[in-house]
Write a protein that binds this ligand. Sequence first.
Ligand SMILES: [Zn+2]
Length: 266
Amino acid sequence: MKTLEKDRPGHASTGHSIVDLAIVLLLISLTFCPQLWESQAADKENTPLRLLIVTGGHDYETNMFYRMFDGFSGMTYQAVAHPKAHDWLKSEKAAQYDVIVLYDMWQEISDAAKNDFVNRLKQGKGLVVLHHAIASYQAWPEYEKIIGGKYYLQKTVVAGIEKPMSTYLHDVTFKVQVLDKTHPVTRGVSDFDIHDETYNLFDVSPSVVRLLGTDEPTSGKIIGWAKSYESAKVVYLQLGHDHLAWENPAFKRLLNQAIRWTAGRE
Ligand SMILES: [Zn+2]
């Protein structure tokens, strides 16, 4: 048996030499062609960011909404709506987008779609959640863990504690404070005024990175945050009811930077 093993190394060393040769060639190419690294990084930077924009379950000013995304340079998008949107979370579609933008308010979700959603985040797709999408999937506890907050569409008892129904108010002009001015999502954005809808009595996970806040009495105190979930970067922005928000330069910049940050392209 031992002699047999001794006979075999000749065979094995052929395999080694091929591997060794490949390593040497790789090292040579990296030593003498460092631009290989740079050009690949540059290619990634030059490739348009591809968004999957998910809507459905809530009205919105359709044309004005997509006009905002049309104005973002270096991005393309695929707009999908429920009930067909979950098909886009399947693995075979995943190669077609980098970031999922949720502007839906939808409740039905199958176990398969839940798995697909979580798997896309494990895969590292970015996730940007806007406005009323905080009220989606009320009966799926993992969704609250994914996005870091929950708007209660009805009075709910959570772990023995009664949560009142969350509230909203349209047409409020209020001041937004940038709580973390160094984060890639808020960089370059100063405190600003906006005319938008406020939400109140919604939950925000204590573990999120707080980005935006307000003292407006009809609003929750924290209205924008960043977090991670599995391999995904996640941002929630409470703002964004209609074109009055979508045309606000601070909102557009926050959304643009949120998309880029979740995609790993600050
Ligand atoms: Zn709204």
